[in-house]
Design a protein around this ligand. Structure first.
Ligand code: ZN
Length: 114
């Protein structure tokens, strides 16, 4: 069985994300650069996690449900959950870091002259 999705991309034109389900194993691929270089990308993880915000075409919600049922038959759900929790924590930490940095900058004026 095979599912193809169009995933939103920051550049505008969508990426094609494919999932193949054979004998209980899922093979996934995405046409973005991240997937080509690292064999993993946020589109693959986002769609595998059932995140509708990655769908370029909202009409593909039913296919996303099908993908979810495939995912649930594997060992992926707890791994995706811990990935997504860590990702959220990372974003919060980055936000906090930027806030702290700009507060420090207001007080500690860095001398840019050599
Ligand atoms: Zn991708």
């Amino acid at each position: 069985m095979n599912l193809k999705f169009l995933a939103k991309s920051s550049s505008g034109s969508p990426y094609t994300v494919s999932f193949e389900f054979t004998d209980g194993d899922i093979t996934a691929s995405c046409t973005c650069k991240g997937a080509v270089f690292y064999k993993m990308c946020k589109h693959l993880i986002g769609l595998a996690s059932g995140d509708e915000s990655f769908l370029y075409n909202p009409d593909q919600r039913p296919q996303l449900k099908t993908l979810q049922s495939w995912i649930e038959s594997t060992k992926l759900p707890p791994l995706l959950l811990s990935y997504n929790q860590a990702q959220k924590a990372k974003e919060q930490a980055e936000k906090q870091l930027n806030k702290a940095k700009s507060s420090i900058k207001k007080i500690l004026l860095v001398n840019r002259e050599e």
